[in-house]
Write a protein that binds this ligand. Structure first.
Ligand SMILES: CC(C)(COP(=O)(O)OP(=O)(O)OC[C@H]1O[C@@H](n2cnc3c(N)ncnc32)[C@H](O)[C@@H]1OP(=O)(O)O)[C@@H](O)C(=O)NCCC(=O)NCCS
Length: 291
């Protein structure tokens, strides 16, 4: 066996592959991802595993055609990279570049407009450096926001057809948030094997706060592209507000909820104070609420 090989997966061999650094085939996220992949191959999705003769499966790249992409981008005619990952100590040896080159080669062979990828310095996403070195340029960006701790995200493109229109982000925040105005909703797609565990733990944690979470499985690419997050695939919405835009731990969730409650209490106290001041100005006695 060669030191490294890029193995193209399909419905027959995916069962024996490591998935996104996750080796346990019994894990719920792993099983869901395997089934998800089996349904996607016919749409042209590619999931390639980087295999080392010595260490087994040590990396992966996944990409889809633009109209079947699970990232929130409009990229008709492009190949969209969902994930590129070289695990742990195997980084910095040219292996990420090897996986990327194998995707570019496919895109050239199938006469695509080019290759697009969402990048970020946030966890669970590849940064932009490797792509910039390979000739990608910025096509669109989403600035970070402290709300839901959204880091900046950048959509990069390497065009193979020079005159092709740029791909762009389509993050339909307001429309989706309006649909979930009350309570806690977790929107989760099987594209990422870490989503199932995150959703399960957050649901458990939220019950300790007396909430009854609604977990919605995002079942198709269009719905995933419409999520209110540049990450796609996962969102937590609480009373119409996006509170997490990618899978997070239960600890992180609890600290977000605590901060949210403090801010809410602060806002309510501020509101009560403003009403009292207004009443005083009108010469009315302040109203006391028993709560
Ligand atoms: C982004 C990522 C894929 C890059 O993979 P990589 O294997 O480290 O990339 P490469 O080795 O090809 O390139 C990285 C660097 O190594 C250098 N390099 C290339 N070949 C090399 C070699 N043979 N020996 C040593 N260094 C080499 C490259 O020039 C590059 O240099 P730079 O650091 O100055 O940019 C990797 O960092 C990663 O997996 N990050 C996490 C991404 C993530 O969270 N993914 C989840 C998605 S769902």
């Amino acid at each position: 066996m060669r030191a490294y090989e890029v193995v193209d997966t399909n419905a027959d061999n995916i069962g024996g592959c490591g998935l996104c650094g996750n080796k346990s085939a019994n894990n719920l996220g792993h099983r869901r991802k395997t089934n998800w992949l089996k349904e996607r191959y016919a749409e042209g999705l590619r999931y390639k595993v980087l295999r080392s003769g010595k260490f087994g499966d040590i990396g992966m790249i996944e990409y889809a055609l633009g109209n079947h992409a699970w990232r929130p981008v409009e990229a008709e005619g492009y190949v969209v990279i969902h994930c590129l990952w070289v695990y742990g100590k195997h980084k910095g040896k040219g292996l990420g570049s090897l996986l990327l080159e194998s995707c570019l080669e496919d895109a050239r062979k199938s006469n695509c407009r080019g290759v697009a990828v969402v990048t970020s310095s946030d966890s669970l996403m590849a940064g932009s450096d490797l792509f910039i070195k390979a000739g990608f340029v910025s096509a669109d960006r989403i600035i970070g926001s402290s709300e839901a701790s959204v880091a900046p995200y950048e959509l990069l493109v390497k065009k193979l057809e020079k005159t092709a229109p740029d791909p762009r982000f389509i993050v339909e925040r307001e429309r989706v948030l309006k649909r979930y105005k009350k309570g806690l909703t977790i929107l989760a797609a099987d594209q990422c094997p870490y989503v199932a565990k995150s959703a399960e733990r957050i649901a458990e944690a939220s019950r300790t706060l007396g909430l009854e979470p609604r977990v919605v499985r995002v079942g198709n690419a269009k719905a995933s592209r419409e999520l209110p997050t540049p990450y796609g695939v996962f969102s937590i919405i609480y009373d119409g507000k996006l509170i997490a835009h990618r899978p997070i731990s239960a600890t992180r969730f609890m600290s977000i909820m605590r901060r949210n409650a403090e801010q809410g209490a602060g806002a309510n106290a501020g509101e009560r104070e403003a009403v009292a001041v207004a009443n005083e100005r009108r010469g009315r006695a302040p109203r006391h609420r028993s709560s």
